[in-house]
Design a protein around this ligand. Structure first.
Ligand code: NAG
Length: 500
């Protein structure tokens, strides 16, 4: 069933169905429920049958589509067949917390919000790292040629999704992480002067591409970078991530192939010193709102429109579409993109949360004071404590009414259930919906309500921020199966259900 926008709007017909099925809450209070196939969220023991996803034109000449898969899922081209294990749930959630802390720092730095400062130690970069030519306003005063503040870095990419691209002429194929939380695209390049992490595919070799060119230090493209330098007249870039991971190298241009489309003279980082938690991906695709990002560079071709769908399970395949012909660009429920809230991120106005079809009583100022952004790379949605607490308590009450056994907290998740005994079957959960300005809403798919660390520990997949002033982040677990649309031209973000 294609989920209607906000279960509550459909309360009456659903109520009648539920009443017929005897599925009313404990106190007779009506509760909109969603069905979850428990087995679908457990690691499959059978060998996954991974379809060979094809790049395609999604029914329109103005769009191109690429398949996306979970970086560590069984269908990932990066999956390690030689025994190296994917990160554990604990590791994923710890990395997720670091990403969130980084986003909070960056948002508070750029909006000047008055908030409790978190300690962020500057991270040492190796000798030879480009010096910063970034305007002083965006770097802290502690920035020196070899010492960039952690707050200038971008976020981590551990528990995330990858997409195939091709680069150069002839085109070489790479699998990269895609990230709406950063702007600059980069791949690891030959020669790796100091260190490259191990990647699955061969490194990009600029000397083998007839269309590769270095960008000059005097080019305005070089000054577009947040952090740049100069070597022999050639522009250097550096991106540093919150945990000390980084990529450094030449800022270059070459032909980028996305599905059947090519973007000529696409500017990206040719990384010669790279270290960090990028799995075995070849690099990263930056989908933020900054001038170096792919949707901004390819604005003429795609009008600043892209959409992706994150599959329900880590064994599933979703898609990343570019262009106004993408199906999601036509079907989505829209909410304004709040472009004045700060750079890079996709800010939206969140206005409420529904549990079981009932709007929780949370003052609107709780959401408007914190602000909210939609992120492809954060796993678990983060809410202001004053919004999380009513959500947690309404959900727990609903689950109690349905007779579920509680389980201990897991990492950052504090509302957990023991689903032992429900394997092989399907269960019912209170519906959860996020409501946005303009009436757009995200009726979280059943696959995005619980984070199933283990069948005996399935937890509400939301967490509270430390402080009500920290920005709300709509994470990718809650975006599952939706086509999430970003339209830089029309300045809207949209959600279309049942897309993958
Ligand atoms: C790009 O710059 C590097 C470093 O100076 C140089 O080795 C390489 O030949 C340059 N490539 C091109 C195509 O100019």
């Amino acid at each position: 069933m294609a989920a209607p926008c906000c279960h509550g709007c459909w309360l009456l017909p659903l109520l009648m169905l539920l009443a017929a099925a005897g599925a009313l809450g404990a106190e007779g209070a009506s509760l909109v429920l969603v069905q979850l196939d428990v087995e679908s969220l457990l690691p499959s023991t059978a060998a996954a049958s991974c379809p060979t996803p094809q790049e395609q034109r999604p029914g329109a000449a103005t769009a191109t589509r690429m398949p996306i898969v979970h970086q560590h899922g069984p269908c990932s081209p990066l999956a390690d067949k030689h025994g190296k294990k994917a990160p554990s749930h604990t590791e994923i959630l710890v990395a997720d917390q670091r990403r969130v802390e980084y986003i909070h720092r960056r948002v508070s730095d750029t909006t000047g919000r008055v908030r409790r400062q978190k300690q962020s130690a500057p991270v040492e970069l190796p000798p030879g790292t480009p010096s910063s030519s970034t305007p002083a306003s965006s770097l802290s005063s502690s920035a020196t040629s070899t010492n960039l503040p952690a707050s200038s870095g971008r976020a981590l990419n551990t528990g995330n999704y990858v997409v195939p691209i091709r680069l150069g002429t002839p085109a070489a194929r790479f699998t990269v992480v895609f990230d709406t939380g950063s702007d600059t695209t980069w791949v690891q390049c030959q020669p790796c002067v100091a260190y490259c992490y191990r990647q699955k595919e061969p490194l990009f070799n600029p000397t083998k591409s007839t269309t590769y060119a270095n960008i000059s230090c005097t080019s305005s493209y070089c000054s577009d970078l947040d952090s740049s330098g100069c070597s022999g007249g050639h522009c250097l870039y550096a991106v540093q991530y919150g945990d000390g991971s980084y990529t450094v190298g030449f800022y270059a241009q070459d032909t980028l192939t996305l599905g059947y489309d090519t973007v000529k003279d696409f500017r990206f980082g040719c990384g010669e010193k790279n270290r960090g938690l990028f799995g075995k991906s070849a690099g990263l695709m930056g989908l933020g709102r900054g001038s170096t990002s792919l949707p901004v560079q390819a604005y003429d071709k795609y009008s600043g429109v892209f959409a992706y769908c994150i599959p329900a399970t880590s064994a599933g395949t979703g898609f990343l579409d570019f262009g106004p012909g993408a199906p999601a660009a036509v079907n989505a429920r829209l909410t304004p993109m709040l472009v004045d809230n700060g750079p890079t991120f996709y800010y939206v106005g969140m206005t409420g949360i529904k549990v079981g079809g009932h709007l929780l009583s949370i003052p609107g100022t709780v959401f408007s004071d914190a602000g909210a952004l939609v992120d492809s790379g954060t796993v678990i949605t983060r809410l202001p404590p004053s919004a999380y607490e009513p959500l947690r308590s309404a959900f727990a009450k609903g689950m109690e009414g349905l007779g579920y056994k509680t389980a201990p907290a897991f990492s950052i998740l504090d509302t957990c259930y023991d689903l032992t005994g429900h394997q092989g079957g399907s269960i019912e959960l209170p519906a959860v919906s996020l409501v946005f300005q303009g009436g757009a809403c995200l009726d979280v798919d059943a696959s995005g309500i619980l984070y199933v660390a283990d069948v005996s520990q399935a937890c509400l997949a939301f967490a509270a921020n430390d402080d009500d002033t920290d920005v709300t982040i709509v994470g990718n677990t809650q975006q599952k199966t939706y086509s999430v649309l970003y339209d830089l031209g029309k300045k809207v973000v949209g959600f279309a259900p049942g897309a993958c």
